[in-house]
Design a protein around this ligand. Structure first.
Ligand code: GDP
Length: 367
């Protein structure tokens, strides 16, 4: 059996097979001394963190480590996929530690949306999910919006202690940390410190000026997100890049909306009413009569109804029906990673379809 090689930066076991997974180093790096993983290499030489993903068990280990350490936890979620990017187990590990909750990608929400309303919504949703954050922020890591405020809060709440940044893959954690590094260090050199055997948490350490550190944990893959069911080109279509322009459909009973071929909403009963769709501007929405919907899907998936493109149709799991009767005055029907549809007035009966494995849920309206 070959000997295990450990990264001197973060303590992870080095592997040379999968670039996306933790511990990756190109084979040529093994000839260098000391050996560091690609993630630590990039931080050291380019002041840049790169996201890598973990298995669920590895992530539990990391959470356990954070649970035992003393410091501030900064949890990042994607505001476009709040529930899908939540990390449900975290609150059990943080104990009495302070948590700052950061909703990233706020640039995607329509400009008319009041940020105070969204942060209030986030606080309530967090409480319902078992987490009591000390404070809640909205940022755009891409655009730099809100970063200074979060940095000031981090400094205030960490009280001279370490900071642990956690989030699932694709929430923009790397973009966020890279912003912080740039804001905080200017051109200064960021180096990872040496790993002490036995203490590894597979986290990389970004030194703060008072001797404490900010730790970047690898992201966990969230298996319920639509992103895992489509190929890269289609992912580009369903991932919004700019401010979302909501599309309003006045639906009669027994009408159906198709979101490409990836999801479907049947309006069964409740009188004529508006449905407001918050999804990528590039995603094609098709309205039809419910009685024709099955046949249309069968005949036109991959053509009229795409994504998925024709060549990827076979890989898409079958659509599964979720029945809901809406009870709140304003409810979002959420398709994890694809967006949501807001329905006004209680009483509607709808059936939401998504590929088997993709999360579908109701929530009190975000906007
Ligand atoms: P990580 O996997 O959590 O480290 O996420 P990345 O930093 O690699 O970002 C994942 C994707 O989200 C990339 O396509 C980013 O361009 C995008 N992203 C990151 N921050 C923002 C943001 O503030 N707004 C928008 N619209 N996209 C963002």
């Amino acid at each position: 059996m070959s000997e295990q090689v450990i990264c001197i930066g973060c303590g992870v076991t080095i592997q040379t097979e999968d670039e996306k997974k933790i511990g990756y180093a190109p084979p040529s790096a093994l000839e260098r001394d000391p050996i560091i993983c690609q993630r630590c290499f990039r931080l050291k030489h380019y002041n840049e963190v790169q996201d890598v993903s973990l298995t669920d068990d590895d992530f539990l280990n990391i959470l356990n480590g954070i649970g035992q350490a003393d410091g501030l936890v900064v949890k990042i979620v994607d505001i476009f996929d709040f529930n899908g990017s939540w990390l449900p187990g975290l609150h059990r590990f943080v104990g009495k530690k302070d948590v700052l909750l950061v909703g990233n990608k706020v640039d995607l929400l329509p400009k008319s949306v009041k940020h105070e309303k969204v942060t209030r919504w986030m606080k309530q949703a967090a409480r319902e999910l078992g987490l009591q954050p000390r404070d809640v922020f909205l940022v755009s890591a891409n655009k730099g919006y809100g970063i200074k405020e979060v940095m000031a809060a981090i400094d205030e709440y960490r009280n001279g202690k370490d900071v642990y940044v956690v989030g699932c893959t694709n929430v923009g954690k790397s973009t966020f940390i890279n912003r912080i590094i740039k804001e905080a260090t200017g051109k200064g050199n960021v180096i990872t410190t040496s790993y002490f055997p036995g203490t590894t948490l597979d986290m990389i350490e970004i030194p703060l000026d008072d001797g404490s550190a900010l730790y970047d944990t690898p992201g966990i893959i969230n298996h319920h997100q639509m992103a895992h069911f489509v190929d890269k080109k289609d992912l580009k279509i369903i991932t919004p890049k700019k401010e979302i322009k909501p599309k309003v459909y006045q639906l009669n009973e027994q009408q159906t909306l198709f979101f490409g071929g990836l999801a479907r909403l049947d309006y069964v009963q409740g009188g004529r009413r508006p449905f407001v769709c918050y999804m990528s501007n590039e995603l094609f929405i098709h309205r039809t009569k419910r009685e024709h919907a099955d046949e249309l899907y069968e005949k036109h998936l991959g053509e009229l109804l795409q994504p998925p493109r024709k060549s990827y149709c076979e890989q898409l799991p079958p659509l599964v029906a979720h029945h809901f009767t809406l009870k709140d005055p304003k409810t979002d029907i959420v398709f994890s990673g694809l967006g949501w549809v807001t329905c006004h007035e209680p009483g509607a009966h709808v059936i939401a379809y998504a590929p088997k494995g993709v999360g579908v849920m109701l929530r009190k309206s975000l906007i």
